[in-house]
Write a protein that binds this ligand. Structure first.
Ligand SMILES: Nc1ncnc2c1ncn2[C@@H]1O[C@H](COP(=O)(O)OP(=O)(O)OP(=O)(O)O)[C@@H](O)[C@H]1O
Ligand SMILES: [Mg+2]
Length: 235
């Protein structure tokens, strides 16, 4: 399998008075179709890593290849173009637009891409169906449950057919059962070949992934491919 993501000796340093090394010489290769969870305690570098992987920020040192292209030295505009065309984001807080309908939220990225209205509608209805919201397409976020809102966010993240789906604590605002349902949606997507990177601090959530890396002080402390077999994942 060819790598979708390749981090080569990536270091990220923040300078706020003193320098903080949030990521310290990290190497990571993610093959196409992999479902990777990133764990680690608070301050270990998870968000920093996801921000780099999501082209929201650049490494201080080292290289990042996304789909084979070096994206470590692009300008802000180029990074934003990469985000819009190659990446899909799901957040803990859903980040939906409250006055827009489910379909309008899902088709937002296509609107910015300049896709024609009728085509947008077709695609957003199809994605809405796929995440199980076929009967909620005209609802607005305040009329939905948390799990339903996260399904909308997932459909929106998929509308530009991204190379990678990035999720930062996607179950963080959901109860255990709803979180498991969202993990069911991710499992389906991954089964259809979607590459997924997910940050979580919950072992039972990480256990859904094929591979789990744990960060500690900005370094990869462990990298496990049969994580779900391990005792501590069954919290
Ligand atoms: N914008 C920033 N400016 C300065 N320091 C930062 C910045 N963002 C993060 N840091 C520092 O980098 C380190 C890693 O932070 P990061 O947010 O990546 O951790 P995290 O693993 O996501 O933690 P949490 O589980 O609490 O979200 C921390 O020491 C943090 O204080
Ligand atoms: Mg974080």
């Amino acid at each position: 399998m060819k790598p979708v993501i390749h981090l080569e000796s990536v270091t990220k340093t923040y300078h706020v008075g003193v320098g903080v090394t949030a990521l310290d010489n990290v190497d990571l290769v993610v093959p196409e179709g992999q479902y990777l969870a990133i764990m680690g305690s608070s301050g270990s570098g998870k968000s920093t890593m996801l921000n780099l992987l999501g082209c929201l920020d650049r490494p201080s040192l080292g290289k990042y290849y996304l789909g084979g292209d070096d994206v470590s030295t692009l300008t802000d505009n180029q990074l934003s173009e990469i985000r819009n065309t190659r990446l899909g984001f799901v957040f803990q807080s859903f980040n939906l637009i409250p006055w827009m309908t489910v379909t309008q939220n899902i088709e937002m990225p296509l609107f910015y891409k300049g896709v024609h209205r009728r085509q947008r509608r077709m695609k957003s209805a199809e994605l809405g169906e796929m995440v199980g919201l076929g009967d909620r397409l005209e609802h607005r976020p305040p009329q939905l449950s948390g799990g339903q809102m996260q399904r909308v966010a997932i459909a929106r993240a998929l509308s530009n057919d991204p190379m990678v789906l990035l999720a930062d604590e996607p179950t963080g605002n959901l109860d255990t059962q709803t979180g498991e349902e969202i993990m069911g949606v991710f499992a389906d997507l991954n089964q259809r070949g979607r590459t997924i990177l997910m940050v979580t601090h919950e072992p039972p959530i990480a256990a859904h992934a094929d591979r789990v890396i744990s960060l500690r002080d900005g370094r990869v402390e462990s990298d496990v491919s049969d994580y779900y077999l391990r005792d501590e994942s069954h919290g």
